[in-house]
Design a binder for this molecule. Structure first.
Ligand code: ACO
Length: 338
């Protein structure tokens, strides 16, 4: 692999200075769900690999508190404080308010003012979108240090009477501090951020009657809650996920075992297993924590990154591949050289 060719034209690179994550203490098990709707631990484990997920169950606990905790832990890990940041980017679809953005509130609370702050809405792909954006801004010299956070409290938008979605999702936040490095071959050496809006109704959150997707009107709908066509999303996800990994490997000239770690969005263990099988990925390098945390949307990749890094499961002598897909539909990848 020629790192220099992939990053030609950039005077500087990017490094991960620190990571952090946060999950609520509340645990919702499959058996708990089986007491709420017609489902079973066996069905959920077989179809998704999920055993339990974390959910916010304390007053005022939510996207803001988890995001703040994750970024504070990332700053602590980096040995930095908020005032050293130039920008805060938060990826989420469950921000408490449309205005102000989560990023503004977090930047204010961690002492980052006057750092810029904005939110990214790319559902489960959000963390990788934020990471790619931050990498690009640092590379071209527009910023020196950026905090990125992916956080979703999916429990705030789940209709717990709807078994098609309630079994999948949990709450989590993951954060990373990215900063400039003199070596331009460090950071994202290949990345994609793509979308296909024509499939939007497979995964959406209608807030008003007139936002309900054509054909969905006859179904029982709770406004403000996530609607998902599981089969459609599954088909889309399997294909896109594998293509994103394959493209990432090919475009950066890597064989599957030349990647030190695969950090994949945790949507369904079967989707990850099928990529491992079809693409011949070394399974010991593909991290899976969906059994304990479910699908935490934008929180998932950042949570995995932090857990892998802190447990020494990222071989930094080799590039790391990050891949995600989600509502929009969106998908994104990054091949990251440490
Ligand atoms: N418990 C028991 N039975 C159920 C449940 C449940 N929770 N949900 C559905 N069923 C039943 C269905 O009614 C159906 O019964 P029928 O055959 O009598 O009609 C049967 O199980 C099969 O239903 P499917 O929907 O076909 O089940 P499938 O095998 O597709 O699994 C699942 C469903 C797990 C949701 C799967 O489609 C999936 O993982 N899809 C991808 C979802 C995903 O990744 N979403 C996140 C996207 S990322 C983001 O941006 C948020």
């Amino acid at each position: 692999m020629n790192h220099a060719a992939l990053t030609a034209g950039f005077a500087r690179g990017v490094r991960i200075a620190g990571t952090g994550s946060a999950v609520p203490d509340g645990i919702l098990t499959n058996d708990d769900l089986a007491r709420m709707v017609d489902t079973s631990d066996e069905w959920i484990q077989q179809r998704t690999g999920i055993k339990e997920r974390r959910i916010c169950d304390k007053p005022r606990e939510g996207t803001l508190t988890l995001s703040r905790l994750a970024v504070q832990r990332a700053l602590e890990d980096a040995g930095l404080d908020g005032s050293s940041l130039d920008l805060v980017i938060v990826a989420s679809v469950t921000g408490e308010m449309a205005c102000p953005s989560l990023a503004c509130r977090i930047a204010g609370e961690i002492g980052a003012t006057p750092a810029g702050a904005f939110d990214v809405v790319a559902a489960c792909s959000g963390f990788v979108y934020a990471m790619n954006l931050a990498d690009s801004l640092i590379r071209v010299g527009r910023a020196n240090r950026i905090a990125i956070v992916g956080c979703d409290c999916m429990s705030s938008i789940i209709d717990y009477d709807d078994r098609s979605v309630s079994i999948l999702f949990g709450d989590a936040a993951g954060s990373a501090i990215l900063e400039a490095d003199d070596d331009p071959t460090k950071g994202s050496i290949y990345q994609t951020m793509e979308a296909d809006g024509s499939g939007w109704q497979a995964l959406y959150i209608p807030r008003r009657e007139n936002e309900i997707a054509p054909g969905d009107e006859e179904n029982p709908i709770r406004l403000g809650c996530l609607r998902m066509n599981g089969r459609e999303v599954y088909k889309f996800a399997v294909t896109r996920f594998q293509r994103a990994i394959k493209d990432g490997l090919e475009k950066s000239g890597l064989a599957p075992d030349e990647v030190g770690a695969y950090i994949c969005h945790q949507s369904n263990a079967r989707i990850i297993e099928s990529a491992v099988e079809k693409l011949g990925l070394p399974s010991e390098k593909v991290f899976v924590n969906i059994d304990k945390f479910g699908n935490s949307s934008a929180g998932s990749v950042g949570l995995c990154l932090d857990q892998m890094r802190k447990s020494g499961r990222i071989d930094e002598s080799k590039p790391t591949m990050l891949v995600a897909f989600g509502g929009g539909m969106t998908w994104a990848s990054s091949v990251w050289r440490h």
